[in-house]
Write a protein that binds this ligand. Sequence first.
Ligand SMILES: NC(=O)c1ccc[n+]([C@@H]2O[C@H](COP(=O)([O-])OP(=O)(O)OC[C@H]3O[C@@H](n4cnc5c(N)ncnc54)[C@H](O)[C@@H]3O)[C@@H](O)[C@H]2O)c1
Length: 341
Amino acid sequence: MKPVRFVLVGAGRAGMVHANNLVHYIPEGELVAIVDVNRETAERSAQEAGISTFYQDLDECFEKEQFDAVCIGSLTFTHREIVEKAAEAGKHIFSEKPLAQNLTEAEAIVKAVNTSGVKFQIGFMRRYDPAMREAYRMVNEGAIGELVVIKSTGRGPGLPPPWIWDRKKSGGMFAEVSAHDIDAVLWFAGKQPQRVFMEAGNFKSPQAKKEYPDFYDHYVVTLVFKDGPLGSIDGGCPVGYAYDARMEFLGTEGMVRVGETEDTGPVLMTLDKKATRDNHTSWRFRFKEGYLEELKSFIRSIREGWEPTPSVRDGYRAVTVVETAHRSLAEGRPVTIEGEW
Ligand SMILES: NC(=O)c1ccc[n+]([C@@H]2O[C@H](COP(=O)([O-])OP(=O)(O)OC[C@H]3O[C@@H](n4cnc5c(N)ncnc54)[C@H](O)[C@@H]3O)[C@@H](O)[C@H]2O)c1
């Protein structure tokens, strides 16, 4: 069977994780070209990936190249346009999270994907992390009884770049930093939340607040599901000490915990009787297997003809939670999610 041929659109931090996986670790996939609006980035990234074909213009790439799928690693506010072009051209789509910066764009993406019939997978790589999958199996097989509370903590060491400070472009810090937490809580709960309540504050980023008065850098969000469980997400940047992604599942008959702040590297013991070990420094390393396995699964779905997961609808659900949380924050009260999604 021929490898699935990819074009990477957006060759930054996330995009190059996928490019490197395609080139070095996934023989069933092939990276044929890189597109980036920044020509230098396109050229440098192509060199780094060991391929010769790069473009600054997506339309030109679509005209000239033969390929099966796009991998979207560009900024959130560009996702809609790229998805619409790819879907219209009949290309399968793997897109980075968040799906879009608001619900209007998310709806347009769902429509483009459903109308075209192309396969779509959103990059919620936690669903492919070995420990998360094992926790999911345990919880679903009843190892801790009925779920009571799902807690997710997502914190990054540094302040994200300025485009993320602008909620209109990114969906805000809750979307950018915690889209994974939102998806994981919904995945484990297996149902739609009834109510969402958000509190947030800017504790460490006066420079962002100057330009964007609604900017917050830390937040706590409560999600309430009908007949349980309760969900809680706390997140923020910059925390400095680590890339910190941990989850806890409390059940009626026990508890499951996933994720450590410490890396799996060596522990240093010194004569002052202290033991030290490095913390995780980046999502790249903490979820290394997740990034690899999510793309492998997407490729298998194309070759074997089944629906990939997490789906475009999962991406849409996470955007719904973000928008509802922001309404809650603005209105200072819990907000009910109306209708079925
Ligand atoms: N899954 C994860 O854990 C994870 C981690 C980081 C970022 N992300 C997501 O990935 C996306 C990119 O974030 P990043 O941190 O890699 O950004 P980045 O700034 O490092 O890279 C984005 C790249 O996209 C290019 N670009 C912008 N608009 C474009 C367009 N219209 N067409 C082609 N290229 C374009 C930029 O020139 C840049 O090179 C965001 O949606 C972000 O939320 C996901």
